[in-house]
Design a protein around this ligand. Structure first.
Ligand code: AMP
Ligand code: MG
Length: 328
């Protein structure tokens, strides 16, 4: 069985094609880059609509198949930006209707976890999912993916991006902050906010900007920002690991590219003698392959949707999703 998955939640419009054995036949993306400032939802949606056809043709080409060979269409139903989600959903509905094949909506966060489980030969991890739009610590428990901790305000990727913009660094900010942080020497005290199992990054971001404006050495601010934000992420992940007694830790999402975060998390995993895994960067990023594979899992385990059920869900939480493919 071949599934075509469409990703469209934020910057990335992607189409992936997967078969039921877990082989990824194609994974093609285009990424919207705002001219200035942050992401503009309607502009991003327009970018996705304009590029959809080209991405589709390229994906079919890479996979070496015809559109008619597709048996199932999956799409990112949420969470994400409304106009962007609706564009991907419209494309998915049109394809499913034209080909007369079933459609399944996929939760974007869960798709990140499932592609990691596929590519890593890991089975049951505590996942730290960190991106421009999400920050969650997730583990499977009692039939669902449960959120053990999450940000109470902005995602950590957004914290890095906004700080970078305020400090005159180019977008995306994360890689630039990482580059400068390597030259940082002095730790500047910044607000560390872990509240129960949840985290907050907006106060940290504001204070980092203030310190920079007050004349602190930029590499030191970048270094301190990373150390503070990542320590909070590792602390909550560690507590989730201790609580669930899982034997694997996975790091994914765009911020997973960060070598300092990887090192910190790996150190923690080593101390607990558990496996540490980061999926190949192609799959850490938003992409269609994640959606295609998760859509297949859902469909093969009995998930069915009528067109009426395909309305997008901007705030669809990870723990609201039935995951029959993982059993009870
Ligand atoms: P995503 O939302 O998954 O597409 O990932 C994009 C986010 O990842 C943006 O916030 C980027 O700044 C962030 N990011 C990418 N590379 C790095 C890096 N090396 N260090 C920190 N953040 C990064
Ligand atoms: Mg993502």
């Amino acid at each position: 069985m071949l599934c075509l998955g469409i990703e469209g939640t934020a910057h990335t419009f992607g189409i992936g094609i997967a078969d039921s054995k877990g082989k990824i036949l194609a994974n093609v993306s285009r990424v919207y880059v705002p001219e200035q400032g942050g992401i503009h939802p309607r502009e991003a949606a327009r970018f996705h609509a304009v590029n959809a056809r080209r991405v589709l043709d390229e994906a079919l080409n890479v996979a070496g198949i015809e559109l008619e060979d597709i048996d199932l269409v999956a799409f990112s139903q949420g969470p994400g930006l409304g106009p962007v989600l609706r564009t991907a959903a419209t494309a998915a509905r049109a394809l499913a209707a034209r080909l007369g094949i079933p459609i399944v909506g996929v939760n974007h966060c869960i798709a990140h976890i499932e592609i990691g489980r596929l590519t890593g030969r890991i089975h049951d991890p505590v996942t730290l999912y960190v991106s421009g739009g999400n920050t969650q610590i997730i583990a499977f428990d009692a039939g669902r993916y449960r959120i053990f901790g999450e940000t109470l305000d902005i995602p950590v990727g957004n914290c890095l991006d906004v700080f970078a913009r305020e400090a005159g660094l180019s977008h995306p900010g994360g890689p630039n902050v990482e580059r400068l942080a390597r030259r940082g020497r002095r730790y500047i005290q910044l607000p560390y906010a872990v509240k129960g199992m949840d985290m907050s990054f907006s106060g940290l971001m504001t204070e980092a900007v203030r310190r920079y404006r007050d004349g602190a050495h930029l590499p030191d601010v970048c270094f301190s920002l990373q150390e503070t934000a990542f320590a909070a992420l590792v602390e909550v992940t560690e507590r989730a690991l201790a609580h669930t007694e899982k034997k694997e830790v996975m790091l994914t999402g765009g911020v997973a590219s960060n070598m300092r975060l990887r090192t910190m998390l790996e150190l923690m995993a080593d101390e607990h003698r558990v496996k540490f895994f980061v999926p190949p960067s192609e799959f850490c990023r938003d992409c269609g392959a994640n959606i295609a594979w998760t859509g297949l899992l859902a469909y093969l385990h009995g998930v069915r949707q009528r067109l009426d059920d395909t309305e997008v869900r901007q705030r669809w939480r990870t723990d609201e999703v039935d995951v029959p493919w993982r059993g009870k």
